[in-house]
Design a protein around this ligand. Structure first.
Ligand code: HEM
Ligand code: HEM
Length: 195
């Protein structure tokens, strides 16, 4: 084990959870651009139909990662206070905001502050996608029957927040790249096999 590996500030659970959710949601966003859902049959005749099948199955797997993430948040007070500081303290958030307005980035890593509440809101957002997507899965017609009323109602709910997920993804990746320019250990969250 190198000195670096002992210094990874992210708990191992946070790193594996992030890997699953980041890969899953990124896949979901890009697959949604080209997939052609067929609501009557499970059809695998073209790449775009196959993409819908991956959207369904990777979506369900991402929902399981999110369930694990929420169990972890509910049972770990420190992480809960960072991501959802309902009772404050607000100071770290204002400090981060002030620094950002002056064009300065605060150090990366798990800590209370602006990034942490944005991460909390991002988790709520993708959990809505996972919840509505999982409900869609259960109401997909089997054996060629036309889509029912419940499916028709669920699809607009699933699509309603899709652009916000894009906005989150673009902002999150852009800030990661800005941090990467400073070489401040931003990639630590992706070092899965360190202790
Ligand atoms: C939309 C999909 C994604 C979601 C929902 C997401 C969510 C999150 C969350 C919740 C955290 C905080 C982790 C915690 O406190 O335990 C986080 C951190 C982080 N994410 Fe993502 N992530 C996504 C995609 C990505 C992608 C594609 C990248 C790669 C560029 C990335 C890079 C990072 C980095 C570098 C951190 C650590 C930030 C720091 O050190 O302060 N994420 N992400
Ligand atoms: C974390 C999980 C998921 C995410 C982030 C996600 C994301 C998305 C996005 C971004 C869209 C495009 C919306 C638009 O074009 O306006 C979409 C559409 C769709 N998704 Fe998901 N999805 C997830 C899970 C699922 C699951 C499990 C299913 C079950 C089959 C599903 C079924 C669909 C369907 C049917 C559409 C509409 C396609 C259309 O009418 O063009 N999604 N999803």
């Amino acid at each position: 084990m190198s000195d670096d590996s002992r210094d990874n500030p992210w708990p191992r659970e946070a790193r594996w959870l992030h890997a699953g959710i980041a890969f899953g949601v990124t896949w979901q966003l890009f697959s949604s651009l080209w997939m052609t859902p067929d609501f009557q049959h499970a059809d695998y005749g073209s790449i775009t139909q196959l993409l819908f099948s991956t959207h369904a199955w990777i979506g369900l797997t991402t929902a399981l990662f999110l369930l694990w993430e929420w169990l972890w948040i509910f049972t770990t007070p420190a992480i809960r206070a960072q991501l959802f500081p309902l009772r404050g303290p607000w100071r770290p958030i204002w400090d981060d905001l002030r620094a950002l307005l002056r064009g300065r980035l605060r150090p990366s890593g798990p800590a209370p502050g602006l990034a942490a509440i944005v991460h909390g809101l991002g988790l709520l957002l993708v959990s809505w996608m996972a919840l509505t997507g999982t409900a869609i899965f259960f109401f997909l017609p089997q054996g060629g029957t036309p889509p029912g009323a419940i499916l028709q109602a669920l699809i607009p709910l699933h699509k309603a927040l899709a652009n916000l997920v894009w906005a989150y993804w673009i902002g999150h990746v852009a800030f990661t790249l800005l941090h990467a320019l400073r070489r401040d250990g931003i990639w630590n969250i992706f070092r899965l096999f360190e202790l």
